[in-house]
Write a protein that binds this ligand. Structure first.
Ligand code: HEM
Length: 323
């Protein structure tokens, strides 16, 4: 009768639980009785997931392009999932901090190594044709990518590097947001006209991104680090994990991504226009963007040389690499 005792005890605990919220346990037990057994495909919404790859043309490789973007967005979501827990954490527990940074890095690592699927996995001729059917859409409009940046570091460090010295935490979030690097990248500097890709993105996401920036005004990952006690801040493992995160997010992933832009758009003598309309050869290289989430962890020299060596590697493969 040990089973019966166990079930009696479970029922009385359930009774208590439902009574506390003014609910009737008996009705919930009826629900349990009538409920279908769960299946794998319902649990992970597999049919919905597999119905989301909808090409706009008949070129078979377009499906790879769509799917790899979706896979990347899911990884971005995993990264944000960890970032949000760090931002919300009040414990200042160093092991927790390191573990979250480690997970974020493992997601980035998967993204960096799997980018080969994009670089080598599609026929260039197909790409150059089907991409015309998705104008003016661009990965530039990935809101999650922008959120990862906003959770990682205060907006002042995302200001375009040519203006960065003129702005600080004294400026309002709205002022800083207006100067963010990716807005400049998608603006014609001569006329001041924004690309349609940027205009669409601003219309759809500005309120949400500003709301997130306000929410994490004092609690981005960089600030969480700065708020640690001096001995915790000196923790080598943590510093290493944060520097790796910076490299992954702001050098290694951007470089793999740029490699794909180079393969599909950059081979001809004349540069092919990107669907988002940026002057991508000048906009995408990490050494031109100079985005660093945790600048206090580096020397001046390191900040100056940010991503430099690798850009040479892609654009001038014959030039000898610096040590
Ligand atoms: C063949 C593959 C790809 C090519 C040729 C490509 C090309 C480009 C180009 C040229 C830009 C600059 C903006 C523009 O003018 O459109 C851009 C931006 C961007 N793309 Fe891609 N892309 C590719 C794959 C991907 C994938 C799989 C993702 C994953 C979500 C992605 C995410 C992004 C992001 C986040 C940006 C903004 C980067 C920044 O602001 O620094 N791209 N892409």
């Amino acid at each position: 009768m040990r089973d019966k005792e166990r079930i009696d005890s479970q029922i009385s605990k359930l009774e208590e639980k439902y009574k506390d919220s003014g609910q009737d346990l008996s009705s919930y037990l009826d629900g349990l009785l009538y409920q279908r057994y769960l299946t794998y495909w319902d649990y992970i919404h597999l049919d919905t997931l597999l119905s989301l790859q909808v090409p706009r043309t008949y070129f078979p490789d377009e499906e790879i392009f769509i799917m790899y973007h979706q896979i990347t967005e899911l990884y971005f979501k995993l990264i944000l999932h960890e970032q949000k827990q760090l931002v919300d954490d009040k414990s200042q527990n160093i092991d927790f901090f390191i573990e979250k940074a480690r997970r974020i890095n493992s997601y980035f690592k998967a993204l960096i190594s799997s980018f080969g699927i994009m670089i080598k996995g599609m026929e260039r001729e197909q790409f150059l044709q089907y991409r015309m059917a998705l104008l003016p859409a661009s990965g530039f409009q990935s809101a999650q990518y922008r959120m990862i940046e906003i959770y990682a570091t205060p907006l002042e460090y995302l200001v375009h590097h040519t203006e960065r010295d003129a702005f600080s935490s004294e400026n309002s979030l709205e002022e800083l947001y207006e100067q963010i690097y990716w807005k400049k990248g998608a603006t014609d500097l001569a006329t001041g006209e924004k690309t349609l890709t940027l205009k669409q993105f601003e219309y759809r996401y500005t309120p949400r991104l500003i709301r997130i920036a306000k929410q994490v005004e004092q609690s981005t990952i960089y600030q969480k680090y700065q708020q640690l006690s001096a001995d915790k801040k000196d923790n080598k493992e943590l510093i290493e994990a944060l520097k790796t995160l910076d490299m992954n997010a702001n050098v290694n992933w951007p470089l793999m991504h740029m490699g794909s832009a180079h393969r599909y758009l950059g081979k001809d003598k004349e540069q092919i226009d990107a669907t988002g309309g940026t002057n991508w050869k000048e906009y995408l290289p990490p050494s031109f963007q100079k985005i660093v989430f945790f600048p206090g962890l580096y020397s001046k020299q390191e900040l100056n040389d940010w991503g430099k060596e690798w850009v040479d590697h892609i654009f001038n493969p014959d030039k000898k690499q610096t040590e």
